[in-house]
Design a protein around this ligand. Structure first.
Ligand code: TXA
Ligand code: MG
Length: 335
């Protein structure tokens, strides 16, 4: 089992940095979710990330840096629009996709000519990258396709025997993965919604940012195993809408707000934010899904939220979760 060390202790950071430099894997907190880190410039170390997560080789990783000077070794140039984005949102939960230098191993970018880069704001992530002295490639620290971890225990539960060290820095403040933006193509594109909102990005680089098509009409291959819980999830049509529950079916509910009445159809209810605060809802989302998933219920229902601001990111994760279950069911019925 992995060693878990308190991230607040400088000695833990020193040990973690040494593991990274030696080509090992360290799970560490960021302000979004916990990452599974390895030396981004060491292809063998990066390969361990893919093995630990059982992640397909075609899914590229995000490279984490602690300061802008680190960009020089990763990308040949930074466009004006990217500079504006970095000025506005770094350090923080924004990932930008940039043309890559040859020195970035192909395994990191899945052979793409571009690399995704983020400068996390979390002091532990910052300290780890600085102490390691190398950029750190890190996907979310969960098996491929499962919900992302928002505390050290989540990582221990699912990857405990596959990482060398887990730095425990407490629960993540944001709770959903970083916003990803690419302005390398013809149009600036939002590739993944997160807590930096579409409106905020448009304020910085102009109104022409498009929401990537794959967000709305996701490719089945990509969807089929993303954010899947073991328990099937169905998205309800509206907040307060209630499903017909059959016989002895045991169902749980992910509610956005505190339900206005007691509903004994549900074995368990997780309220994401009693006051309807989207930041609080995002922070609680993955932990709530994990808790319900651990109860072994027959089905989970989830209420939708308004797809504005952070609501776009929350709905993106809930849709993928629901769609992955549908695909799993149809895959099973075809067998
Ligand atoms: O908040 C986060 O971003 C967390 C923390 C740990 O930093 N990391 C994270 O990584 O969510 P991951 O691996 O779960 O998501 C990375 C995604 C890929 O699945 C892909 O969609 C996108 O980033 N990506 C990476 N490189 C890319 C590239 N060159 N072009 C387009 N998309 C890329
Ligand atoms: Mg992930």
């Amino acid at each position: 089992m992995a060693t878990v060390l308190p991230a607040a202790d400088p000695e833990s950071i020193r040990i973690a940095a040494e593991i990274i430099r030696d080509g090992g894997l360290v799970a560490f907190p960021t302000e979004t979710v916990y990452g599974l880190g390895a030396d981004a410039l060491n292809p063998e170390a990066v390969a361990k990330i893919f093995e630990a997560k059982q992640r397909p080789w075609f899914d590229p990783l995000i490279v984490h840096i602690a300061n802008r000077a680190a960009l020089d070794s990763l990308v040949p140039f930074v466009s004006l629009g990217d500079h504006w984005l970095m000025d506005a949102f770094w350090p923080g939960p924004l990932t930008v996709v940039l043309p890559k230098r040859e020195s970035v191993p192909d395994i990191v970018t899945a052979g793409l000519p571009t690399v995704a880069i983020r400068m996390p704001a979390h002091p532990v992530a910052q300290a780890l990258i600085r102490e390691a002295g190398v950029p750190i490639a890190a996907p979310s620290a969960n098996p491929f396709g499962y919900v992302s971890p928002t505390c050290a225990q989540h990582v221990l539960d699912v990857l405990g025997d596959r990482v060398d060290l887990i730095l425990d820095g407490g629960p993540c403040q944001i709770g959903v993965e970083s916003t990803i933006v690419s302005i390398v193509g013809t149009w600036p594109e939002l590739l993944r919604p997160g807590s930096v909102t579409l409106a905020e990005i448009r304020e910085v680089i102009g109104p022409l940012v498009r929401v990537a098509v794959s967000l709305t009409v996701a490719a089945p291959g990509q969807l089929s195993r993303h954010y899947a819980t073991g328990t099937p999830v169905t998205l309800l049509a509206a907040q307060g809408a209630r499903p017909v529950v059959h016989g002895d079916e045991r169902v749980g509910l992910v509610a956005m707000l505190a339900p206005s009445y007691v509903d004994d159809r549900f074995w368990a209810v997780e309220v994401l934010s009693p006051s309807g605060d989207l930041r609080e809802a995002a922070r609680n989302l993955f932990a709530a899904l994990r808790r319900l998933d651990a109860m072994g219920l027959d089905r989970l229902y989830a209420e939708p939220c308004d797809e504005r601001g952070l609501g776009l990111a929350i709905m993106d994760r809930l849709r993928r979760c629901a769609a992955s279950n549908q695909l799993k069911a149809s895959e099973l019925s075809r067998r």
